[in-house]
Design a protein around this ligand. Structure first.
Ligand code: RRO
Length: 323
């Protein structure tokens, strides 16, 4: 399906529908399986410097059609043992993006190097987990701290580095700008939206951790707005995340400015057939709207008049993106 092949920071992908971090990323075999099932790339579970158990149960609240709230607490086996899983996924033929977190730039840089050595084709820095003390968005909401992490990782690896941004901020585009200035090759947006569910009978939060992160259909409009605002401000590619379950959802993210998308929550409901379904749906949308390839459609909704006309606003933005 040539029309939907894409490129993120010098790396080509057979299609733009990627497996999001946090689902099916526990083992190399499950990552390879998702790739065989049609993902354009697979993103690992977020991996830290040492094994971490995560929060006690309950860690997930399902909210029906809206999606779900999770507070897993970054459970992972630590980079030393996870290196092998990346190698297994690579042997299985998968394009692997390593997702990682740390408490400081040095930790990020060390894990990044280990992931590169294991065969990851790019890295996605988790600067955005919405509920982890001293980690995730506590670093990623601060442009200075975010920049320090990115600069350190860029010095330690040669593969492209994506910064995964939080929507839990007043100006996501400013974070993207800081990331680009620090050398990030791409940004991914969005991680989950800080959220909570309360059991009114028990009069307590449902999640053991209290606060969690919302994903699924309810966050799609938030993700689209973030991608839109980022596309207006930075030239590096954007990977869109949040509530994508159909080819039309993916097409909307592309129109807002994304060059690829990640699916997560919808996979839990619909299964691995979703990758091919979203790819086919996206291909059909591109064809129906007269685009001969995905690149032409990236940011096409940025013309407020009659997309995809050659309106001046779109032209200005598109030329800033080298189109
Ligand atoms: O593990 C988690 O609880 C988690 C992570 Br690392 C993340 O990046 N986003 C999220 O909603 N949960």
């Amino acid at each position: 399906m040539e029309r939907i092949s894409t490129e993120i920071a010098r790396v080509s992908f057979r299609n733009p529908v990627f497996l999001a971090s946090g689902i099916w990323g526990e083992s190399g075999l499950s990552l390879a399986r998702a790739y065989k099932d049609g993902a354009g790339a697979v993103i690992t579970k977020s991996i830290g410097p040492v094994p971490r158990e995560g929060y006690p149960n309950p860690t997930v609240v399902e909210l029906g059609d809206w999606g779900l709230i999770n507070a897993m607490g970054l459970p992972n086996p630590g980079i030393e043992s996870y290196k092998e899983e990346i190698a297994i996924a690579r042997k299985g033929g998968a394009a692997v993006i390593g997702s990682l977190f740390g408490a400081n730039p040095e930790e990020f840089a060390a894990i990044a190097k280990a992931m590169e050595e294991s065969g990851a084709v790019s890295l996605e820095l988790n600067l955005s987990c919405p509920h982890a003390k001293g980690l995730g968005s506590e670093i990623g909401q601060d442009p200075k701290a975010l920049s320090e992490v990115i600069s350190a990782v860029k010095k330690s690896v040669r593969i492209p580095v994506w910064a995964k941004l939080t929507p839990n901020t007043h100006d996501v585009a400013a974070l993207a700008e800081a990331a680009a200035k620090a050398g990030a090759d791409a940004v991914a947006a969005i991680n989950t939206v800080r959220a909570m569910a309360i059991d009114s009978k028990a009069m307590r939060p449902i999640l053991a951790h209290g606060l969690g992160g919302m994903s699924g259909p309810a966050v799609k409009p938030i993700g689209l707005a973030c991608v839109w605002q980022i596309y207006e401000r930075v030239k590096i590619p954007i990977v869109g995340i949040g509530g994508i379950a159909t080819g039309e959802d993916a097409f909307e993210y592309i129109l807002a400015g994304a060059s690829a998308v990640e699916v997560g929550t919808a996979l839990a409901q619909k299964g691995a057939g979703l990758f091919r379904e979203v790819c086919n749906g996206l291909d059909a949308q591109l064809k129906e709207h007269g685009f001969s390839n995905l690149k032409e459609a990236v940011g096409a909704a940025q013309c407020p008049l009659c997309p995809p006309c050659k309106g001046s606003r779109r032209k200005g933005i598109a030329s800033a993106h080298g189109a």
